[in-house]
Design a protein around this ligand. Structure first.
Ligand code: SAH
Length: 242
């Protein structure tokens, strides 16, 4: 038996997350996250997505392309265990795995042609801008939704939702940006920080952090009682709005 196959990239995800820091740990957690799957030539024929518009969610299989250079290990330290204990790579959803393949259930908002290119408008994603896509297919609740499933060491019910506050200056920036771009920036910041993007090893430090959402640099810090305070924001406007 042949033990390797060649796989082609069929599309690229453009998303609100231009860097890894800040991306939620799974899809569905940040409802206001958004992006677009741009289909590559050869896979951008309308007949290939005929019938897909009736589905609210999709499975996307993709490459963790920004993990490849760092490589993978047989065991990883998942954030659920405070970054202390190791579990097998195949017991985790870590990007650092053989073949670097990821899978996410994302919301399908619509299918459209923009600048002559067919693409899917997506939301509720956990994908880096530029992520190469290998395949996608409809999510089927009748068989994919398993409420009785158990989840080992992952205790999602224990993950606290952080409170997020904005300085007046930050609030004003968001209001102006939203008016200019129609992107719900304040909600995206609030939902993204509510997930506590700090690495597990830094949960006890108080320092200031920077992250980029869309084309906006955001500075925030953790105040007393673990309240996340959004302070300085500046826009780069390096990329045109999707
Ligand atoms: N739902 C997927 C991803 C889980 S890991 C799965 O279970 O397979 C989610 C993390 O992957 C994010 O927090 C982000 O930091 C990282 N990530 C997303 N896209 C990536 C990419 N293209 N390359 C490397 N890391 C990526």
């Amino acid at each position: 038996m042949q033990n390797s196959v060649q796989i082609e990239i069929i599309g690229i995800v453009r998303s609100c997350y231009p860097e890894k820091f800040g991306i939620p740990r799974q899809p569905g957690l940040v409802k206001s996250s958004a992006g677009r799957l741009e289909l590559c030539p050869g896979y951008d024929r309308e007949e290939m997505v005929r019938g897909l518009e009736g589905f609210s969610h999709l499975w996307i299989q993709f490459l963790f392309h920004e993990a490849v250079e760092e490589g993978w290990r047989p065991t990883v330290r998942p954030p659920w265990l405070g970054g202390q204990k190791r579990v097998g790579v195949f017991a985790s959803r870590s990007p650092h795995r053989p073949n670097f393949m990821g899978m996410s259930v994302v919301r399908l908002r619509g299918i459209s042609v923009v600048d002559g290119r067919l693409g899917l408008n997506l939301a509720e994603l956990d994908l880096l801008d530029g992520t190469p896509v290998l395949d996608f297919k409809p999510y089927l609740p009748y068989s994919d939704s398993l409420p009785e499933a158990t989840s080992g060491f992952v205790r999602s019910d224990e993950a606290p939702q952080r409170l997020v506050e904005f300085t007046a200056r930050a609030q004003q920036f968001c209001a102006d940006y939203e008016q200019r771009t129609a992107r719900p920036l304040a909600t995206l910041i609030r939902e993204t920080l509510a997930q506590d993007p700090r690495p597990a090893s830094q949960r006890h430090h108080s320092r200031s952090y920077g992250m980029t959402l869309w084309d906006v640099n955001i500075r925030w810090q953790v105040g007393a009682d673990e309240v996340f305070v959004v302070d300085e924001i500046s826009g780069d406007h390096v990329r045109p709005p999707l």
